[in-house]
Design a protein around this ligand. Structure first.
Ligand code: GAF
Length: 411
């Protein structure tokens, strides 16, 4: 089998056109609204979001679109249509009957969003939703956040909340919507994730990475133009997801909460670099590496932003690699496949490489010279071959627009 190079995502128009077309053929009429939202990669700042720290994601060109029409009977009907064209219809459910755990599988994400919005006081009268998209699933590229965010925006639009592109949305800030989408994932689906993925999906803009300070909510759009330097971010999906990924994530998160408790701070974000050694000495041995990762990772995000501000994008590679080593050795959320991608990419000429997202499988990114993309992909595929591992999937990604409303007449 050959290594797979997937096309960069078809983008907003493709996902939306498919969702609108499928909606029409399933329901026999036009949808009232269609919204789409992207997946993301995180350039740096991993496992810092739930420690109130810094993250630096950008949106992928791959998107999930939700075409929707309001219903009057309180019923939520959800259908997803995969690239094979086959619709998967979830069991219809009354919005007022939604409870955490009452919907499972892919439909738990849109149902969870409907539940949160209703709990937050929005009058939802039911809806027909049709979901289409091309964000790779199970690859650590935030397909769930894309689905949550597109659903939230579509349901709010149907509820008459004016939601426009940009940061102010008829009194609703995108950051507020991100918190609801996160709550859907935390409390309805039951995954204890931070707010990185939802904020990225909603607030990222084309040609920028998004600096987010989770504690203050401050956001800065930082220009990130790899093409101008003949560089690229190569995304490598290892197509693996280790069974303990969810329990491992929860354990790390609980470890950070415990470390903050012992140190008497609200979050590990409060520990300054200069206090690292003294603070570490007050922790039990097993919590010390967690603290070290969080403090040094926040530092790396700030250093990387300083390099970008100074127009020194070609110098960020070592920070990416240092982040990977910290996640591998201190935070211990990497795995054989991710380490193999990173080591092989670096040996083949990448300027820097790291796992991205939660870890325990999923995807890595590498900063590469564009001209070397094919060679680097070949080396990684050969390394996987040698170990009898499934071939990874590759694509080069540049920062793409965040969530937005689609024209339903476009198809
Ligand atoms: C996952 C989570 F969803 C994010 O909130 C974040 O914690 C990330 O892992 C690690 O940085 O994507």
């Amino acid at each position: 089998t050959d290594s797979t190079t997937v096309e960069a995502g078809g983008g907003a128009i493709d996902a939306a056109r498919r969702a609108v077309t499928e909606f029409r053929s399933l329901h026999g009429h036009e949808p009232q609204v269609c919204w789409s939202a992207p997946g993301r990669v995180n350039l740096i700042g991993e496992h810092t979001d739930y420690n109130d720290g810094f993250v630096l994601p950008f949106a992928l060109p791959h998107r999930t679109a939700v075409a929707a029409t309001a219903r009057e009977d309180g019923m939520l009907r959800m259908t997803t249509v995969g690239s094979d064209g086959r619709p998967q219809v979830a069991d219809p459910v009354q919005v007022e009957d939604l409870r955490p755990g009452s919907v499972t599988g892919w439909a738990a994400y849109p149902a969870g969003v409907a539940w949160v919005l209703r709990e937050s006081g929005f009058a939802l009268t039911g809806a027909d939703l049709v979901v289409c998209g091309d964000v790779p699933t199970g690859a650590g590229l935030s397909s769930s956040a894309a689905l949550e965010c597109a659903t939230a925006l579509a349901l709010l639009d149907l509820a008459g909340v004016s939601v426009a592109a940009g940061d102010r949305t008829g009194g609703l800030r995108l950051t507020e919507i991100a918190r609801w989408a996160q709550r859907a994932e935390n409390d309805f689906v039951g995954a204890p994730t931070g707010v990185l993925d939802q904020t990225a999906s909603l607030c990222c803009t084309a040609a920028h990475v998004l600096f987010l300070d989770v504690r203050s909510g401050e956001q800065v759009q930082v220009p990130f133009d790899t093409a101008a330097r003949e560089l690229a971010i190569l995304v490598i999906d290892t197509k693996t997801r280790h069974a303990h990924s969810e329990s491992g994530y929860g354990e790390r998160r609980r470890g950070c909460i415990e470390a903050a408790r012992v140190l008497g701070v609200d979050s590990l974000r409060e520990v300054a670099t200069a206090e690292l050694d003294a603070s570490s000495a007050r922790l039990p041995a097993e919590l010390q590496p967690l603290l070290r990762h969080v403090v040094t990772e926040n530092d790396r995000v700030e250093s990387l932003v300083r390099l970008l501000d100074g127009d020194r994008l070609d110098e960020i590679g070592p920070l990416l690699t240092a982040s990977h080593h910290s996640l591998r050795d201190d935070y211990r959320v990497s795995c054989t496949e991710l380490d193999l991608v990173v080591d092989t990419a670096l040996a083949a000429g990448a300027l820097g490489a790291r796992m991205t997202g939660g870890g325990f499988g999923g995807s890595a990114i590498a900063l590469i010279r564009s001209a070397e993309q094919a060679e680097i992909e070949k080396s990684i595929t050969a390394a996987f071959d040698e170990r009898g591992l499934t071939h990874p999937r590759f694509f080069a990604a540049s920062p793409s627009p965040g969530a937005g409303r689609e024209d339903v007449s476009l198809s």
